[in-house]
Design a protein around this ligand. Structure first.
Ligand SMILES: Cc1cc2nc3c(=O)[nH]c(=O)nc-3n(C[C@H](O)[C@H](O)[C@H](O)COP(=O)(O)OP(=O)(O)OC[C@H]3O[C@@H](n4cnc5c(N)ncnc54)[C@H](O)[C@@H]3O)c2cc1C
Length: 402
Protein backbone atom coordinates (compact mmCIF):
# COMPACT_ATOMS: atom_id res chain seq x y z
CA UNK A 1 0.00 0.00 0.00
CA UNK A 2 1.37 3.42 -1.00
CA UNK A 3 1.44 6.04 1.75
CA UNK A 4 1.26 9.81 1.30
CA UNK A 5 0.82 12.78 3.60
CA UNK A 6 -1.64 14.50 1.24
CA UNK A 7 -3.39 12.91 -1.74
CA UNK A 8 -5.06 15.14 -4.31
CA UNK A 9 -7.78 13.21 -6.12
CA UNK A 10 -8.19 14.79 -9.58
CA UNK A 11 -5.45 16.34 -11.69
CA UNK A 12 -7.59 19.11 -13.23
CA UNK A 13 -6.62 22.76 -12.91
CA UNK A 14 -7.79 23.03 -9.29
CA UNK A 15 -6.14 19.78 -8.16
CA UNK A 16 -2.80 20.57 -9.76
CA UNK A 17 -2.83 24.11 -8.37
CA UNK A 18 -3.52 22.76 -4.87
CA UNK A 19 -0.62 20.28 -5.28
CA UNK A 20 1.78 22.99 -6.48
CA UNK A 21 0.85 25.35 -3.63
CA UNK A 22 1.30 22.62 -1.00
CA UNK A 23 4.64 21.52 -2.47
CA UNK A 24 5.77 25.15 -2.50
CA UNK A 25 4.99 25.18 1.24
CA UNK A 26 7.14 22.07 1.77
CA UNK A 27 4.34 19.48 1.97
CA UNK A 28 4.78 16.28 -0.10
CA UNK A 29 1.75 15.52 -2.28
CA UNK A 30 0.53 12.65 -4.44
CA UNK A 31 -1.79 13.51 -7.34
CA UNK A 32 -4.14 10.77 -8.44
CA UNK A 33 -5.92 11.03 -11.79
CA UNK A 34 -7.17 8.47 -14.33
CA UNK A 35 -6.25 10.55 -17.39
CA UNK A 36 -2.77 11.93 -17.81
CA UNK A 37 -2.50 13.05 -21.48
CA UNK A 38 -2.62 16.80 -22.01
CA UNK A 39 -5.74 18.04 -23.81
CA UNK A 40 -5.22 18.59 -27.55
CA UNK A 41 -4.97 22.23 -28.56
CA UNK A 42 -7.56 23.49 -31.04
CA UNK A 43 -6.18 25.38 -33.98
CA UNK A 44 -5.35 28.23 -34.01
CA UNK A 45 -6.80 28.96 -30.52
CA UNK A 46 -8.24 26.59 -27.95
CA UNK A 47 -12.02 26.46 -27.67
CA UNK A 48 -11.75 26.03 -23.89
CA UNK A 49 -10.66 29.40 -22.55
CA UNK A 50 -11.04 30.85 -19.06
CA UNK A 51 -11.60 34.41 -17.93
CA UNK A 52 -9.26 34.62 -14.96
CA UNK A 53 -9.35 37.23 -12.20
CA UNK A 54 -6.23 39.10 -11.05
CA UNK A 55 -6.53 37.02 -7.84
CA UNK A 56 -6.18 33.81 -9.89
CA UNK A 57 -3.26 35.31 -11.80
CA UNK A 58 -1.47 35.91 -8.48
CA UNK A 59 -2.08 32.30 -7.38
CA UNK A 60 -0.60 31.03 -10.66
CA UNK A 61 2.26 33.47 -10.26
CA UNK A 62 2.98 32.11 -6.76
CA UNK A 63 3.57 28.61 -8.17
CA UNK A 64 5.57 29.84 -11.22
CA UNK A 65 2.81 28.79 -13.62
CA UNK A 66 2.07 32.31 -14.84
CA UNK A 67 5.66 32.93 -15.94
CA UNK A 68 5.69 29.54 -17.73
CA UNK A 69 2.64 30.38 -19.90
CA UNK A 70 3.04 31.40 -23.55
CA UNK A 71 2.60 35.11 -22.82
CA UNK A 72 1.70 36.13 -26.37
CA UNK A 73 -1.37 33.84 -26.21
CA UNK A 74 -2.81 35.56 -23.09
CA UNK A 75 -5.34 38.38 -23.54
CA UNK A 76 -5.65 41.09 -20.88
CA UNK A 77 -8.88 43.02 -20.62
CA UNK A 78 -8.97 46.46 -19.10
CA UNK A 79 -12.71 47.14 -19.45
CA UNK A 80 -16.02 45.32 -19.34
CA UNK A 81 -19.33 46.27 -20.90
CA UNK A 82 -22.63 44.74 -19.84
CA UNK A 83 -26.06 45.45 -21.27
CA UNK A 84 -29.56 44.12 -21.52
CA UNK A 85 -31.06 43.31 -24.93
CA UNK A 86 -34.33 45.03 -24.05
CA UNK A 87 -32.81 48.25 -22.63
CA UNK A 88 -30.57 50.98 -24.03
CA UNK A 89 -28.52 51.34 -20.78
CA UNK A 90 -25.00 49.95 -20.69
CA UNK A 91 -22.82 49.31 -17.69
CA UNK A 92 -19.11 50.05 -18.15
CA UNK A 93 -16.32 48.91 -15.88
CA UNK A 94 -12.81 50.15 -16.50
CA UNK A 95 -9.63 49.22 -14.67
CA UNK A 96 -8.67 52.23 -12.59
CA UNK A 97 -5.00 53.04 -13.23
CA UNK A 98 -4.57 53.78 -9.52
CA UNK A 99 -5.68 50.33 -8.46
CA UNK A 100 -4.91 47.95 -11.30
CA UNK A 101 -4.28 48.10 -15.00
CA UNK A 102 -6.23 44.98 -15.81
CA UNK A 103 -9.64 43.63 -14.85
CA UNK A 104 -8.86 40.10 -15.95
CA UNK A 105 -7.19 37.74 -18.40
CA UNK A 106 -8.36 35.22 -20.97
CA UNK A 107 -6.19 32.11 -21.07
CA UNK A 108 -6.53 28.88 -23.03
CA UNK A 109 -6.91 25.61 -21.16
CA UNK A 110 -4.04 23.99 -23.11
CA UNK A 111 -1.70 26.90 -22.33
CA UNK A 112 -2.45 26.43 -18.61
CA UNK A 113 -2.08 22.65 -18.69
CA UNK A 114 1.28 22.72 -20.48
CA UNK A 115 2.69 25.27 -18.00
CA UNK A 116 1.29 23.42 -14.98
CA UNK A 117 2.56 20.09 -16.19
CA UNK A 118 6.05 21.54 -16.57
CA UNK A 119 5.90 22.79 -12.95
CA UNK A 120 4.62 19.41 -11.74
CA UNK A 121 7.59 17.64 -13.36
CA UNK A 122 9.99 20.08 -11.72
CA UNK A 123 8.66 19.64 -8.19
CA UNK A 124 10.50 16.91 -6.24
CA UNK A 125 7.73 16.88 -3.63
CA UNK A 126 4.96 15.86 -6.07
CA UNK A 127 4.37 12.32 -7.28
CA UNK A 128 1.66 11.20 -9.68
CA UNK A 129 -0.39 8.03 -9.71
CA UNK A 130 -2.48 7.11 -12.75
CA UNK A 131 -5.60 5.63 -11.24
CA UNK A 132 -9.23 6.08 -10.37
CA UNK A 133 -10.59 6.17 -6.84
CA UNK A 134 -13.27 3.56 -6.29
CA UNK A 135 -13.53 3.33 -2.49
CA UNK A 136 -12.83 5.44 0.60
CA UNK A 137 -12.30 3.93 4.02
CA UNK A 138 -11.71 6.24 6.97
CA UNK A 139 -9.65 4.71 9.80
CA UNK A 140 -8.65 6.48 13.03
CA UNK A 141 -5.10 7.00 11.75
CA UNK A 142 -5.63 7.64 8.03
CA UNK A 143 -7.93 7.60 5.04
CA UNK A 144 -7.48 4.58 2.76
CA UNK A 145 -8.34 5.11 -0.91
CA UNK A 146 -9.04 2.00 -2.97
CA UNK A 147 -8.27 2.32 -6.67
CA UNK A 148 -10.25 0.69 -9.49
CA UNK A 149 -7.31 -1.65 -10.27
CA UNK A 150 -7.13 -2.94 -6.69
CA UNK A 151 -4.21 -0.83 -5.43
CA UNK A 152 -4.60 1.20 -2.21
CA UNK A 153 -3.23 4.56 -1.11
CA UNK A 154 -3.16 5.69 2.53
CA UNK A 155 -3.17 9.40 3.35
CA UNK A 156 -3.53 11.76 6.31
CA UNK A 157 -5.42 14.30 4.17
CA UNK A 158 -7.39 13.78 0.94
CA UNK A 159 -8.34 16.70 -1.32
CA UNK A 160 -11.31 15.94 -3.57
CA UNK A 161 -10.70 17.89 -6.78
CA UNK A 162 -12.39 15.40 -9.09
CA UNK A 163 -14.83 17.74 -10.82
CA UNK A 164 -18.58 18.37 -10.87
CA UNK A 165 -19.52 14.68 -10.98
CA UNK A 166 -17.06 13.98 -8.11
CA UNK A 167 -16.98 10.22 -7.50
CA UNK A 168 -15.10 10.94 -4.24
CA UNK A 169 -17.93 13.15 -2.95
CA UNK A 170 -20.41 10.34 -3.67
CA UNK A 171 -18.17 7.67 -2.14
CA UNK A 172 -18.02 9.78 1.04
CA UNK A 173 -21.82 10.09 1.00
CA UNK A 174 -21.71 13.90 0.93
CA UNK A 175 -25.03 15.19 -0.36
CA UNK A 176 -25.36 18.16 -2.71
CA UNK A 177 -28.10 20.45 -3.96
CA UNK A 178 -28.64 20.51 -7.69
CA UNK A 179 -30.53 22.60 -10.22
CA UNK A 180 -30.71 21.93 -13.94
CA UNK A 181 -30.73 25.37 -15.59
CA UNK A 182 -32.28 23.90 -18.76
CA UNK A 183 -29.74 26.01 -20.58
CA UNK A 184 -26.73 24.98 -22.64
CA UNK A 185 -23.57 27.01 -23.23
CA UNK A 186 -22.38 27.26 -26.83
CA UNK A 187 -18.64 27.89 -27.01
CA UNK A 188 -16.82 29.07 -30.15
CA UNK A 189 -14.01 31.36 -31.27
CA UNK A 190 -15.07 33.97 -33.82
CA UNK A 191 -13.56 36.71 -35.98
CA UNK A 192 -15.49 39.97 -36.02
CA UNK A 193 -15.51 42.88 -38.42
CA UNK A 194 -14.42 45.32 -35.69
CA UNK A 195 -11.58 44.85 -33.16
CA UNK A 196 -12.60 44.04 -29.59
CA UNK A 197 -10.30 46.70 -28.13
CA UNK A 198 -9.39 44.48 -25.13
CA UNK A 199 -12.94 44.85 -23.75
CA UNK A 200 -14.93 41.89 -22.36
CA UNK A 201 -18.58 42.25 -23.32
CA UNK A 202 -21.78 40.56 -22.20
CA UNK A 203 -25.27 41.07 -23.58
CA UNK A 204 -28.17 39.65 -21.57
CA UNK A 205 -30.83 38.12 -23.83
CA UNK A 206 -34.02 36.75 -22.33
CA UNK A 207 -32.79 33.24 -23.22
CA UNK A 208 -29.49 33.78 -21.35
CA UNK A 209 -26.29 35.85 -21.45
CA UNK A 210 -23.98 36.09 -24.47
CA UNK A 211 -20.32 36.90 -23.73
CA UNK A 212 -17.53 37.91 -26.10
CA UNK A 213 -14.13 37.62 -24.42
CA UNK A 214 -11.10 39.12 -26.16
CA UNK A 215 -8.31 36.83 -27.42
CA UNK A 216 -4.88 38.21 -28.42
CA UNK A 217 -5.54 38.80 -32.16
CA UNK A 218 -7.43 42.11 -32.27
CA UNK A 219 -10.52 40.71 -34.00
CA UNK A 220 -10.68 37.26 -32.36
CA UNK A 221 -13.12 36.63 -29.51
CA UNK A 222 -14.02 33.62 -27.41
CA UNK A 223 -17.81 33.35 -27.31
CA UNK A 224 -19.78 31.79 -24.44
CA UNK A 225 -23.46 31.90 -25.35
CA UNK A 226 -26.01 30.57 -22.88
CA UNK A 227 -29.03 29.42 -24.88
CA UNK A 228 -31.98 27.09 -24.66
CA UNK A 229 -31.06 23.44 -25.15
CA UNK A 230 -32.79 23.37 -28.58
CA UNK A 231 -31.08 26.51 -29.80
CA UNK A 232 -27.70 25.16 -28.70
CA UNK A 233 -28.24 21.94 -30.63
CA UNK A 234 -29.15 23.97 -33.71
CA UNK A 235 -26.13 26.27 -33.28
CA UNK A 236 -23.79 23.30 -32.96
CA UNK A 237 -25.08 21.65 -36.13
CA UNK A 238 -25.92 24.58 -38.45
CA UNK A 239 -23.56 25.90 -41.12
CA UNK A 240 -20.85 28.40 -40.20
CA UNK A 241 -22.62 31.12 -42.24
CA UNK A 242 -25.93 30.47 -40.43
CA UNK A 243 -24.20 30.58 -37.05
CA UNK A 244 -22.34 33.80 -37.86
CA UNK A 245 -25.54 35.53 -39.00
CA UNK A 246 -27.44 34.35 -35.89
CA UNK A 247 -24.62 35.43 -33.57
CA UNK A 248 -24.29 38.85 -35.23
CA UNK A 249 -28.01 39.42 -34.60
CA UNK A 250 -27.90 38.14 -31.02
CA UNK A 251 -24.94 40.41 -30.21
CA UNK A 252 -26.64 43.37 -31.89
CA UNK A 253 -23.63 43.65 -34.24
CA UNK A 254 -21.71 45.26 -31.34
CA UNK A 255 -18.44 44.30 -33.07
CA UNK A 256 -19.87 44.54 -36.57
CA UNK A 257 -20.60 41.32 -38.42
CA UNK A 258 -19.26 38.00 -37.16
CA UNK A 259 -17.17 37.01 -40.19
CA UNK A 260 -16.12 33.46 -39.34
CA UNK A 261 -16.37 30.90 -36.59
CA UNK A 262 -14.59 27.81 -35.32
CA UNK A 263 -16.61 24.63 -34.75
CA UNK A 264 -19.03 24.98 -31.85
CA UNK A 265 -19.00 22.88 -28.68
CA UNK A 266 -21.82 22.77 -26.17
CA UNK A 267 -21.98 22.31 -22.38
CA UNK A 268 -25.27 21.60 -20.57
CA UNK A 269 -25.46 23.83 -17.48
CA UNK A 270 -26.39 23.00 -13.93
CA UNK A 271 -25.74 24.27 -10.45
CA UNK A 272 -24.40 22.00 -7.75
CA UNK A 273 -23.34 22.74 -4.21
CA UNK A 274 -22.03 20.20 -1.72
CA UNK A 275 -23.87 20.20 1.60
CA UNK A 276 -20.49 19.89 3.37
CA UNK A 277 -16.98 20.74 2.20
CA UNK A 278 -15.26 18.27 4.52
CA UNK A 279 -15.79 14.99 6.23
CA UNK A 280 -13.26 13.06 8.33
CA UNK A 281 -9.96 13.56 6.44
CA UNK A 282 -11.50 14.56 3.10
CA UNK A 283 -12.03 18.14 1.84
CA UNK A 284 -13.81 19.07 -1.41
CA UNK A 285 -12.47 21.81 -3.68
CA UNK A 286 -13.35 23.31 -7.07
CA UNK A 287 -16.21 21.84 -9.06
CA UNK A 288 -16.36 18.86 -6.69
CA UNK A 289 -17.67 21.36 -4.10
CA UNK A 290 -19.55 23.83 -6.37
CA UNK A 291 -20.63 24.02 -9.99
CA UNK A 292 -21.65 27.54 -10.94
CA UNK A 293 -23.32 29.12 -14.00
CA UNK A 294 -20.59 30.41 -16.37
CA UNK A 295 -22.24 33.84 -16.79
CA UNK A 296 -19.82 35.48 -14.37
CA UNK A 297 -16.83 33.33 -15.47
CA UNK A 298 -16.14 32.40 -11.84
CA UNK A 299 -16.08 28.56 -11.58
CA UNK A 300 -12.36 28.03 -11.93
CA UNK A 301 -11.55 31.28 -10.14
CA UNK A 302 -13.48 30.10 -7.06
CA UNK A 303 -11.78 26.70 -7.23
CA UNK A 304 -8.35 28.34 -7.27
CA UNK A 305 -9.31 30.38 -4.19
CA UNK A 306 -10.39 27.11 -2.49
CA UNK A 307 -6.96 25.63 -3.30
CA UNK A 308 -5.15 28.74 -2.01
CA UNK A 309 -7.22 28.85 1.20
CA UNK A 310 -6.74 25.18 2.04
CA UNK A 311 -3.02 25.25 1.20
CA UNK A 312 -2.60 28.30 3.46
CA UNK A 313 -4.27 26.49 6.38
CA UNK A 314 -2.34 23.23 5.92
CA UNK A 315 1.02 24.95 5.44
CA UNK A 316 0.53 27.10 8.57
CA UNK A 317 -0.18 23.98 10.66
CA UNK A 318 2.62 21.74 11.90
CA UNK A 319 3.00 18.15 10.75
CA UNK A 320 1.36 16.63 13.84
CA UNK A 321 -1.71 18.84 13.32
CA UNK A 322 -1.90 17.66 9.69
CA UNK A 323 -1.90 14.06 10.90
CA UNK A 324 -5.24 14.81 12.62
CA UNK A 325 -6.53 17.42 10.15
CA UNK A 326 -10.26 17.46 10.98
CA UNK A 327 -10.26 20.89 12.66
CA UNK A 328 -8.06 22.33 9.88
CA UNK A 329 -10.47 21.03 7.25
CA UNK A 330 -13.45 22.42 9.15
CA UNK A 331 -11.75 25.82 9.19
CA UNK A 332 -11.33 25.59 5.42
CA UNK A 333 -15.00 24.60 4.99
CA UNK A 334 -16.24 27.53 7.11
CA UNK A 335 -14.03 29.94 5.16
CA UNK A 336 -14.84 28.88 1.63
CA UNK A 337 -18.43 27.57 1.75
CA UNK A 338 -19.87 30.96 2.70
CA UNK A 339 -17.83 32.81 0.06
CA UNK A 340 -18.82 30.34 -2.67
CA UNK A 341 -22.48 30.29 -1.64
CA UNK A 342 -22.61 34.08 -1.97
CA UNK A 343 -21.22 33.93 -5.52
CA UNK A 344 -23.50 31.00 -6.48
CA UNK A 345 -26.54 32.92 -5.23
CA UNK A 346 -25.67 36.21 -6.94
CA UNK A 347 -24.95 34.43 -10.22
CA UNK A 348 -28.19 32.50 -10.06
CA UNK A 349 -30.22 35.63 -9.27
CA UNK A 350 -28.60 37.50 -12.17
CA UNK A 351 -29.45 34.65 -14.52
CA UNK A 352 -33.07 34.74 -13.30
CA UNK A 353 -33.37 38.54 -13.28
CA UNK A 354 -32.12 38.91 -16.84
CA UNK A 355 -33.93 35.80 -18.07
CA UNK A 356 -37.43 37.07 -17.32
CA UNK A 357 -39.70 38.57 -19.97
CA UNK A 358 -42.04 40.22 -17.44
CA UNK A 359 -42.34 43.90 -18.46
CA UNK A 360 -42.19 45.30 -14.88
CA UNK A 361 -39.03 43.39 -14.01
CA UNK A 362 -37.55 44.26 -17.37
CA UNK A 363 -38.14 47.98 -16.62
CA UNK A 364 -36.66 47.64 -13.14
CA UNK A 365 -33.59 45.99 -14.67
CA UNK A 366 -33.09 49.02 -16.88
CA UNK A 367 -33.43 51.38 -13.89
CA UNK A 368 -30.97 49.20 -11.93
CA UNK A 369 -28.38 49.25 -14.71
CA UNK A 370 -28.74 53.01 -15.18
CA UNK A 371 -28.41 53.63 -11.41
CA UNK A 372 -25.39 51.34 -11.08
CA UNK A 373 -23.70 53.09 -14.00
CA UNK A 374 -24.02 56.40 -12.09
CA UNK A 375 -22.85 55.08 -8.71
CA UNK A 376 -19.05 54.67 -8.76
CA UNK A 377 -19.00 53.14 -5.26
CA UNK A 378 -21.33 50.29 -6.29
CA UNK A 379 -19.44 49.83 -9.54
CA UNK A 380 -16.11 49.54 -7.73
CA UNK A 381 -17.65 47.02 -5.35
CA UNK A 382 -18.99 44.91 -8.24
CA UNK A 383 -15.65 45.14 -10.04
CA UNK A 384 -13.81 44.07 -6.87
CA UNK A 385 -16.04 40.97 -6.60
CA UNK A 386 -15.51 40.17 -10.28
CA UNK A 387 -11.74 40.50 -9.75
CA UNK A 388 -11.76 38.09 -6.78
CA UNK A 389 -10.71 40.83 -4.37
CA UNK A 390 -13.64 40.98 -1.93
CA UNK A 391 -14.33 38.82 1.09
CA UNK A 392 -11.58 36.92 2.89
CA UNK A 393 -8.92 36.52 0.21
CA UNK A 394 -6.11 33.95 0.78
CA UNK A 395 -2.65 35.55 1.12
CA UNK A 396 -1.35 34.09 -2.15
CA UNK A 397 -4.25 35.71 -4.06
CA UNK A 398 -4.00 39.14 -2.40
CA UNK A 399 -2.81 42.20 -4.23
CA UNK A 400 0.70 43.04 -3.05
CA UNK A 401 1.19 46.62 -1.98
CA UNK A 402 3.95 48.34 -3.95
C1 LIG B 1 -19.00 26.94 -20.86
C2 LIG B 1 -18.17 27.15 -19.62
C3 LIG B 1 -17.35 28.27 -19.53
C4 LIG B 1 -16.61 28.48 -18.38
N1 LIG B 1 -15.83 29.61 -18.30
C5 LIG B 1 -15.14 29.86 -17.17
C6 LIG B 1 -14.38 31.06 -17.05
O1 LIG B 1 -14.30 31.88 -17.98
N2 LIG B 1 -13.71 31.29 -15.88
C7 LIG B 1 -13.79 30.41 -14.84
O2 LIG B 1 -13.19 30.69 -13.78
N3 LIG B 1 -14.49 29.26 -14.93
C8 LIG B 1 -15.18 28.96 -16.06
N4 LIG B 1 -15.87 27.79 -16.16
C9 LIG B 1 -15.85 26.82 -15.04
C10 LIG B 1 -14.60 25.92 -15.12
O3 LIG B 1 -14.58 25.26 -16.37
C11 LIG B 1 -14.61 24.88 -14.00
O4 LIG B 1 -14.98 25.49 -12.79
C12 LIG B 1 -13.23 24.25 -13.81
O5 LIG B 1 -12.76 23.72 -15.01
C13 LIG B 1 -13.28 23.15 -12.73
O6 LIG B 1 -11.98 22.62 -12.55
P1 LIG B 1 -11.75 21.39 -11.55
O7 LIG B 1 -10.28 21.15 -11.56
O8 LIG B 1 -12.46 21.62 -10.26
O9 LIG B 1 -12.53 20.15 -12.23
P2 LIG B 1 -12.22 19.37 -13.59
O10 LIG B 1 -11.59 20.25 -14.59
O11 LIG B 1 -13.52 18.69 -13.95
O12 LIG B 1 -11.14 18.26 -13.18
C14 LIG B 1 -11.49 17.10 -12.48
C15 LIG B 1 -10.35 16.08 -12.55
O13 LIG B 1 -10.69 14.95 -11.73
C16 LIG B 1 -10.34 13.74 -12.40
N5 LIG B 1 -11.19 12.64 -11.88
C17 LIG B 1 -12.49 12.40 -12.12
N6 LIG B 1 -12.89 11.27 -11.48
C18 LIG B 1 -11.82 10.79 -10.81
C19 LIG B 1 -11.60 9.65 -9.95
N7 LIG B 1 -12.56 8.75 -9.68
N8 LIG B 1 -10.36 9.47 -9.42
C20 LIG B 1 -9.36 10.35 -9.69
N9 LIG B 1 -9.52 11.43 -10.48
C21 LIG B 1 -10.73 11.66 -11.04
C22 LIG B 1 -10.60 14.07 -13.89
O14 LIG B 1 -9.84 13.22 -14.74
C23 LIG B 1 -10.12 15.53 -13.97
O15 LIG B 1 -8.74 15.63 -14.28
C24 LIG B 1 -16.65 27.55 -17.29
C25 LIG B 1 -17.46 26.42 -17.40
C26 LIG B 1 -18.23 26.21 -18.55
C27 LIG B 1 -19.11 25.00 -18.62
Amino acid sequence: MATAEVVVVGGGLVGVTAALLLAKGGIPVTVLDPVTPLPARDSPYDLRTFALTPASQRIFDRVQVWSALEAERIAHFSAMEVWDASQPQRLHFAASPAAADTLGYVVEQANLFVAMNAQLQRSPLITGIAGQVSSVTPTPAACVLGLADGREVRASVVLGCDGGASPLRDLCGIAYSERDYRQTAIVANVITELPHGAVARQRFLDTGPLAFLPLPPAALSAVVWTATDDHATWARDCTEAEFCADLTRAFDARLGAVLSSSRRVVFPLWRRHAARYCQDRVALLGDAAHVIHPLAGQGLNLGLLDAAALAEILIAADRSAREHPQSLLRRYARWRRGENLAMLTVTEQLNRLFGTRQPVISKLRGVGLALTERLPVIKHLLAAYAMGERGEVPASARRRLE
